[in-house]
Design a protein around this ligand. Structure first.
Ligand SMILES: [Zn+2]
Length: 344
C-alpha cells in the first residue's frame, strides 16, 4: 500500500542541517506526536517545540496521524540525557546514562524497521525535542560517542529507571516474552544487582493511599469489573521481592493483573514501583468500605541501570564502565553494531 509521507523540515534557525542518509551516526525515528485526529492537529502539536533534524507528519493506519522526528542518535541524546538525569549529576553518571540511552535507542531503531517509528517520546525515554545544552551532558555524549552496551556481542534494550529501591530486577521477571520491549536473550540477562546508593534519595520510601471504591472505579474504566468484595491482595512476588501479580475479587470473581499494569492504571507517579506491601483498613469514619495503603521503595520498573545508583557510584569515584558493569552484568562496552539480541 502506498503510504503518504509528507516531509516537513522543521529545524533550528530555518536551516535543515541533516538530510536522510547524510548523517555520520545512525538515525533514530521518534514519534513526538501520536494519534492526532488530523494532519493539521499533528502539525499544530509538533510546531509547539523545536526539533533537530527532520519531522515527518504521516498517517498511521488505524491510529490517526503521527509526527516523527528523524535525527542523528547523538543529537537525540542531547535532548534526552539532561531530562533523564539531572544535568548537574557527576560526569561519569551522565556517561553511563548516555551509553544506556544510546543502546536502548539503537536497539529499538534496528529492531523496528517495519514500524513507522522506533521510539515514542517520553514513553521509554524522556524527550521533548531541542533543549538547552549543559556542559556535562555534552561532554558525556561526546566522550562516549558511538559506544553501546553489548550482551553476548549483540545490542539489547538496555533499560534504566530512577531508583531501584535497593536491588534491581531481571527483565524476564516482570515482562512476558511476548512483550515488545523484551527481546530474546536480553530477557535472560540477570538482574539482582545490589544498590545501597538509593536509600537516601527522595523516592527511597513512599506511601500511597486509595479508597477501595476509587480503585474499583479505576479498574472498571480499564475493563476489569469486580462484583462483590474488591479484596486487593498480593498474589506473586519475584525472588527479589518485587510484586509481579495482584489479585482482586474473591472466589470465582478473582482476577489477576500484573503489578506493572496496576501501576499504569493508578499512575506511574503515584504507585512508583512494584516493590511494595499492602494494608487494607476500615475507613476511619466507620462508613462502609476500605482504605488501601501501599508502602513502597524506589521509583520505576527496577530493570537495568538505576539512575540514583549511578549517581551514588560516581560520587564515590566509580567511572562509567564500572557503573555499567555493575548494573548490566556480563555486558561489555563496544561500538554500535548492526545485530540485536534475540534476532534470528
Ligand atoms: Zn538503586
Amino acid at each position: 500500500m502506498r503510504v503518504l509521507r509528507l516531509l516537513l523540515c522543521l529545524f533550528a534557525g530555518g536551516v535543515c542541517p541533516l538530510g536522510a542518509g547524510e548523517s555520520a551516526s545512525p538515525v533514530v525515528r521518534i514519534a513526538v506526536v501520536r494519534e492526532a485526529p488530523s494532519f493539521d492537529d499533528a502539525l499544530r502539536a509538533v510546531c509547539e517545540r523545536e526539533y533537530q533534524g527532520a519531522v515527518r507528519v504521516m498517517p498511521v493506519h488505524g491510529h490517526g496521524w503521527a509526527a516523527v522526528n528523524e535525527l542523528d542518535v547523538e543529537d537525540y541524546l542531547l535532548g534526552v540525557i539532561g531530562r533523564e538525569m539531572s544535568p548537574t549529576s557527576p560526569l561519569e553518571a551522565l556517561k553511563a546514562q548516555a551509553v544506556a540511552a544510546r543502546t536502548h535507542a539503537l536497539f529499538q531503531a534496528i529492531s523496528s524497521r517495519e514500524r513507522p517509528y522506533d521510539l515514542v517520546a517520553n514513553l521509554s525515554q524522556a524527550y521533548r525535542g531541542r533543549t538547552a545544552l549543559y556542559k556535562n551532558v555534552v561532554l558525556a555524549i561526546e566522550a562516549t560517542r558511538g559506544e553501546v552496551l553489548q550482551y553476548e556481542g549483540l545490542l539489547f534494550p538496555a533499560f534504566f529507571h530512577a531508583n531501584c529501591g535497593g536491588r534491581t530486577e531481571s527483565a524476564a521477571a516482570i515482562w512476558p516474552i511476548s512483550d515488545p520491549f523484551g527481546k530474546g536473550s536480553a530477557l535472560k540477562m540477570p538482574g539482582n544487582a545490589s544498590c545501597p546508593w538509593c536509600a537516601h534519595s527522595g523516592a527511597a520510601k513512599w506511601t500511597y493511599e486509595i479508597h477501595a471504591a476509587a480503585l474499583r472505579k479505576a479498574l472498571r474504566a480499564e475493563g476489569i469489573s469486580i462484583s462483590g468484595p474488591l479484596a486487593l491482595r498480593i498474589a506473586e512476588r519475584s525472588p527479589n521481592g518485587r510484586v509481579l501479580k495482584v489479585a482482586v475479587g474473591v472466589g470465582k470473581e478473582e482476577k489477576r493483573l500484573s503489578a506493572e499494569r496496576l501501576r499504569a492504571i493508578l499512575g506511574w507517579s503515584v504507585l512508583k514501583s512494584a516493590l511494595f506491601t499492602l494494608e487494607r483498613n476500615r475507613l476511619p469514619d466507620g462508613s462502609a468500605g476500605e482504605r488501601i495503603t501501599f508502602r513502597g521503595s524506589g521509583y520505576g520498573h527496577g530493570v537495568g541501570l538505576c539512575q540514583r545508583g549511578a549517581f551514588g557510584m560516581a560520587k564515590q569515584g566509580a567511572d562509567y564502565r564500572a557503573i555499567l558493569a555493575h548494573f548490566f552484568p556480563k555486558t561489555r562496552v563496544g561500538v554500535a553494531g548492526l545485530q540485536v539480541a534475540g534476532a534470528p
